[in-house]
Design a protein around this ligand. Structure first.
Ligand code: SF4
Length: 344
């Protein structure tokens, strides 16, 4: 496949004059013509060429809830967009967005400014990077988030958390929502279900999203019986969500395969999360309500893909005043960032 000369800017050159990519945990070291692990970036004599830049793997308009953001601008329409490539080894092999189509007529190009304008014209309230790993599409995602925020759209990404801190800090300022695809909570689970040099690095990125950039965070885990269903591992995972991100962080617990043992393990994981004090635990069903953890008043209903806010006053429970921490305003986050920069 030929590639255009769109160059990455997040790289260094080592003492052997090889290019070292700085977008994700792999830090691929590439000679000219050599392809990175994601198969989307190629070393050149002058840096790093991007095979996937501006090539769109999918684009849809629909409710934000379709992307498993359930406490983030509920009942709003969003442009979901994504590109090609993964950082996780298991997805590079079999994920749906792992390879750019060979057929040129199936390659769709959409520049970031046109995508941001499209969201505005279609009256989408936000833009979410929903397909493929954002780290592997770093330069495009950064442009898309910047332009979308400039036109007052909210922004979000769905990610495995595989990006480097340096890459994340380039987008953090423009990012409102962060959905972490958390594969498990052990080296063994990540070896089977992810494949990254440092699985704990994804936790550090999520904590950075929460505490440095004040992003709204939701976590999704797919349970696979025999891989990541062990109660002790799940206890540690839930404990991390609670202590590092907060008990109000929504956890979406889905069956990772169709087996009956996995279905039972998924239900057990949900029960465990409730017992250990997570306030908002959701399964795969689409018709789930959000209730106030304090007085049990229904806050949001979801029926057949339609979400309705029924018991909120701003982000507080309309019945008892409990602060739910639902994310409904870009300005609140901006204020947090500004007050943080004043105190730094
Ligand atoms: S994005 Fe990650 S996998 Fe791809 S070339 Fe860069 S470091 Fe390697």
């Amino acid at each position: 496949m030929s590639y255009d000369e769109e160059l990455a800017d997040l790289f260094t050159t080592n003492s052997d004059a090889l290019t070292v990519c700085g977008a994700c945990q792999w830090h691929c070291t590439l000679a000219p013509g050599e392809m990175g692990r994601c198969r989307m970036r190629v070393g050149t004599a002058s840096g790093l060429a991007l095979l996937n830049h501006g090539l769109i793997a999918g684009a849809t308009i629909g409710p934000i809830e379709d992307h498993r953001f359930w406490h983030f601008f509920p009942d709003s329409q969003v442009l979901g967009i994504g590109g090609w490539g993964y950082a996780t080894v298991t997805d590079q092999g079999r994920g749906p967005y792992g390879s750019i189509p060979d057929d040129p007529t199936k390659r769709r190009k959409l520049d970031a400014d046109r995508a941001a304008n499209f969201a505005l014209e279609r009256l989408c309230r936000g833009v979410v990077w929903a397909y493929g790993e954002p780290a592997v599409n770093h330069e495009y995602v950064r442009g898309l988030l910047q332009l979308s925020r400039a036109s007052s759209r909210y922004t979000a990404i769905i990610t495995t958390g595989a990006m480097t801190e340096e890459a994340f800090d380039q987008i953090g300022h423009y990012l409102d929502g962060f959905s972490l695809d958390l594969r498990g909570f052990s080296e063994a689970s990540y070896a089977r279900l992810g494949g990254l040099p440092n699985w704990r690095g994804v936790l550090a990125i999520a904590e950075r999203a929460r505490h440095r950039w004040h992003c709204h965070i939701e976590v999704t885990t797919r349970i696979h019986h025999g891989v990541n269903h062990d109660p002790e591992e799940l206890r540690a995972l839930i404990g991390w969500i609670k202590s590092a991100l907060g008990a109000h962080t929504p956890w979406h617990v889905l069956p990772g395969d169709a087996g009956s043992e996995t279905a039972a393990a998924t239900m057990r994981a949900r029960r465990l999360a409730h017992e250990l004090g997570l306030h908002y635990v959701y399964g795969a069903e689409t018709n789930q309500q959000t209730r106030c953890p304090s007085c049990q008043q229904t806050l949001i209903t979801r029926n057949n893909g339609v979400a309705r806010i029924v018991g909120l006053n701003g982000a507080a429970c309309a019945s008892c005043g409990h602060e739910t921490k639902l994310h409904t305003s870009m300005y609140k986050q901006q204020q947090q960032r500004e007050s943080r920069s004043v105190t730094e």
